[in-house]
Design a binder for this molecule. Sequence first.
Ligand SMILES: Nc1nc2c(ncn2[C@@H]2O[C@H](COP(=O)(O)OP(=O)(O)OP(=O)(O)O)[C@@H](O)[C@H]2O)c(=O)[nH]1
Ligand SMILES: [Mg+2]
Length: 427
Amino acid sequence: MSLPFEPPPPYDSSRDGKTFNKDETINIAVFGSTGSGKSTLINLLTGANFGVSSELQSCTQNVSITEKVNLDGRLYRFIDTPGFDDTDRSEVEILKIIAEFLGTHYVQGASIHGILYLHRISDIRMGNASRRSFRLFRKLCGEASLRNMVIVTTMWNRISEVEGERRESELRQDDKFFKPIIDEGAIMIRHDNTFPSALQLVKFISEHPKYPVPLAIQIELITQGKQIVETNAGRELEYELQGLSQKHKKELEDMLEEHKRLVADRDRRERDEMAEELAQLRSDLTRVTNELNNLQVKVEEDFDAERMWKRMSREARVITMFMRSQGGGAQQSPENLRFWAALGDTTRAAKKLSSLFDRHPMPSELQDNLFNYSKNSFNIPGRINKELGQWVRTQANDVKSMEKVMEKVVHNASKPKKRGILALWFG
Ligand SMILES: Nc1nc2c(ncn2[C@@H]2O[C@H](COP(=O)(O)OP(=O)(O)OP(=O)(O)O)[C@@H](O)[C@H]2O)c(=O)[nH]1
Ligand SMILES: [Mg+2]
C-alpha cells in the first residue's frame, strides 16, 4: 500500500534557525482584510494573475495556491485568501472557505512555512470590523504559528512618512492590535509595492527559518476531528454573533415599545419614520440569526459518514506507516512516538486496533494520559512516551496481520455499503 502523504512531523524547537532544505518548497499563506493588497503582492512575486479589485469591492472569492516560483534560487508557493470583512459574503462563509482549504492542505501533508498578515497603513483607524477580523485570524492561527508570522504594512504611498511612522508605532503598541503577537515573536515589515520590497518579505521567511507548525485550526479540524463551530475561531465567531444578535434584539424591543407609544399618541409622522428603521433592524437581526445557524449547523448525517470514512482511511494509513517504520519491533524513536501520539485521533484508532487484536490492549491509564496530552499539545511527556513505546513493542508481532487489516479497511472504505460496518470499528 503506498502512502498518500507524509504527515507533518511534530514541532521541535531545536530545529528552528536551521535552513530549510534546499529543495523544499516554501509555502507562504497571505491573510489580511479585504483590499489590503494580498493578491497584488502575490501577483508581483509570481507573475500570477489573481484578480485585483478596486478598494470598495472585495475581489478574491476563494483560497488559491500559486504554482511554484523560483525567487533568488529558492522555490515558493503562495496561498491567497479572501478577507474576513468581505463585502459580499459573511464571516461565516469566509471562515468555512478558509478552514476547508487549510484542512485539505494539511491532510495532503503540506506545511505552511510562513504567514504574511497584510495591513493598510493608510487606514485612519482600526474599526470594529478590522479588529474582529484580526481576532478571528489569530484564533485561526493559534499561538505556535506566531513565530512564523510577518505583519506587512501596505499602501505607504498614500500617506506622509511622518504620519505613517506615527501609525506604525501605534500599531506596534496597541494591545488590541499587533502588540500581543509581536511580543510572541511575530515581526512587522513595511512593503512599498515594489518587487524588491516584496522579495525582501519572503526572504525574511526563508532566511529566518522556523520549523513550520500547523495552524491551530488544522489541528482542531483534522487531528481532533472538530466541527468548524467547535474550533477556537468558530467559537470566537459564534460569541461575536451572539453578542450582535442580543444587541439587535434589545434595540428592536426598545423600538417596538416606542412604536406602541407613538400609536397611542396617534403620532403618524414619527411612526412612519420609525417604520423604516424597524425594517432595517429586523433585517439585521435576520441576517445575524441566519449566520449563526449557518455556523452552528453540524455536518449532515450522510456527510458525517463521509468525513468519518476519510478520517478512518487516513488514520489507517498513518498507523500502517508507523508500524512499518518500526520494522516489526525495532526500537521506537521518541520522534516517531511523539508524532504518532500527536495525532490525537490516531490514539483512538490505536485503541480500537488493540481491542481488535484482543491480545495486548493498551492500558487504560495510558490511553487516558495520551488522550489528554495529545488533545492540546505536541509535547507528550517522556514518561508517557516510554510507556507507549513499551506497549507498541508488545504489538510488534502483529505488524503483518495489522497491515492486512489496514489494507482491508482502506479497500472497504471505498465501498459505501461497508461504511456501516466500519463505523462499528471506529465509531
Ligand atoms: N497604493 C497602493 N495600492 C495598493 C497596494 N497594494 C494593493 N493596492 C491596490 O489596492 C487595491 C486592492 O488590492 P487587492 O490586491 O485586490 O487586495 P486584496 O487584499 O487581494 O483584496 P480582497 O481580494 O478583496 O481580499 C487594488 O486597487 C490595488 O491596486 C499598495 O501597496 N499600495
Ligand atoms: Mg485578493
